[in-house]
Design a protein around this ligand. Structure first.
Ligand SMILES: [Zn+2]
Length: 419
């Protein structure tokens, strides 16, 4: 099990943030034409890069150095699928075959995500993890490439994996007639196991290439627009607007046909597009702004040998949530509120600040550009870092502070426009 990734709170650590709304019960509303296409519809292959609130996921292992997790709602999908098949008169063997098919589809989704991860690695970008949800897979890249050519390649790499799977399966089915009948089940609409898997991969490609954030097609569109116009921010806004237009069409179609899964997907796409536009706008707002401007200069520092009770007193006494830990003028780490509370909840009352503080966060130079510091904070999953001038601690920056700076800048911008 793992909890919410550190750094995902406040400002999102990933590139896409959507509301925590993947609960799963909407699957039960399906009454689409027979069960034959149910797996396809229930697996609308939304593929987004970065997600927050990924609580309650199990680690299944790792592939190509990337941790693979399964979200607990996935169990609902399996349970629902089993129930649907058995209630339609499937034998135990047929139901097991159906579940086997479900796993095969998700295997293809994992390969799709690994396609993104592998392409990203070519550009020096690590993938934190891949999580399987009932609606598809999510790969959390530590950042997105800003070079449009790189983004285009990373975005296309996922669907290309599914194209490759089709390119392997289709000739096999053509050459080996036995495969065309193997595993033929009433639930597959007359398709064989591999025939249906091929079809699902074709749908995975088509759906993911719909030009709407947070799907791959939205990123392809943004990359192409940015490449042509040379303006990343405007390209993102245009792609986000198109994405939201597509989302509204999905939502209307879902409402008119009573397909609530489609309404949910529409909401996911709409919020994803909005979030992407917001993140890019924020990043562009920071360009040319030094760390100094967002630095919290009134702060308390702790010592590594302070007991946690001192940290608790400081936490309650003011608005500061994260504390630099300094030993003899040397910065040794950062004590975050979340880590402090976790240690208290685990009964580690006797622990010292130095035992609980994070030591893997880098510092920010007062004069460096905020977007560089922010990028590093995201990469290292550090939502708060000490700020130094000539090696001396002068303050802290946190995602909360940066968020405040954004609010102030946007208020000033509104005032300027209003004049
Ligand atoms: Zn994808």
């Amino acid at each position: 099990m793992r909890g919410e990734p550190p750094g995902a709170a406040g400002l999102c650590a990933g590139t896409v943030c959507v509301a925590h709304s993947h609960k799963g019960p909407y699957y039960l509303r399906f009454n689409t034409p027979g069960i034959a296409f149910a797996p396809v519809i229930s697996l609308l292959p939304i593929c987004a890069w970065g997600f927050r609130c990924m609580k309650w996921s199990w680690r299944m292992g790792s592939l190509l150095g990337v941790g693979i997790y399964v979200h607990w709602t996935f169990l609902l999908l399996i349970g629902w699928y089993l129930y649907m098949q058995l209630s339609q008169g499937a034998s135990t063997l047929e139901a097991a075959q159906g579940i086997g098919f479900l796993f095969a589809v998700f295997g293809c989704v994992v390969l799709h995500e690994l396609g993104h991860a592998t392409a990203a690695r070519q550009f020096g970008i690590k993938t934190r993890d891949i999580t399987l949800l009932p609606i598809g897979g999510l790969a959390r890249l530590e950042r997105m490439p800003e070079d449009p050519k790189q983004e285009l390649w990373v975005a296309l790499a996922g669907p290309l994996v599914n194209v490759a799977i089709v390119a392997v399966l289709a000739p096999l089915l053509w050459l080996l007639p036995d495969l065309r009948t193997w595993g033929r089940l009433p639930f597959f609409g007359g398709f064989s196991f591999l025939g249906y898997l091929t079809l699902v991969n074709v749908i995975l490609v088509a759906f993911n290439l719909i030009p709407a954030f947070p799907m791959d097609g939205g990123r392809v569109l943004r990359a192409l627009l940015a490449w042509i116009t040379g303006d990343y921010v405007r390209a993102t806004q245009a792609a986000a607007t198109i994405g939201q237009g597509v989302a509204i069409l999905f939502g209307l179609a879902g409402l008119l046909t009573g397909n609530f899964m489609l309404v949910f997907v529409a909401l996911f796409v709409f919020l994803g597009a909005q979030e992407e536009a917001r993140m890019v706008q924020m990043r562009s707002a920071f360009r040319g702004v030094p760390v100094r401007q967002a630095t919290m200069t009134r702060f308390h520092a702790l010592r590594p040998d302070d007991p946690l009770s001192v940290a608790v007193t400081e936490l309650l006494a003011g608005a500061q949530q994260d504390f630099p830990v300094v030993d003899d003028g040397q910065i040794v780490g950062v004590l975050r509120r979340g880590d402090l509370l976790k240690a208290l909840a685990e009964g580690r009352h006797d622990a010292l600040v130095g035992d609980v503080a994070r030591r893997d966060c880098t510092v920010a130079e007062e004069g460096e550009m905020l977007d560089d510091a922010l990028r590093r904070m995201r990469e290292n999953d550090c939502p708060a870092v000490p700020v130094v001038r000539n090696g001396q601690l002068v303050g802290m920056i946190s995602l909360d502070n940066i968020g405040e700076l954004v609010m102030i800048q946007s208020a000033l911008g509104q005032a300027r426009r209003g004049r």
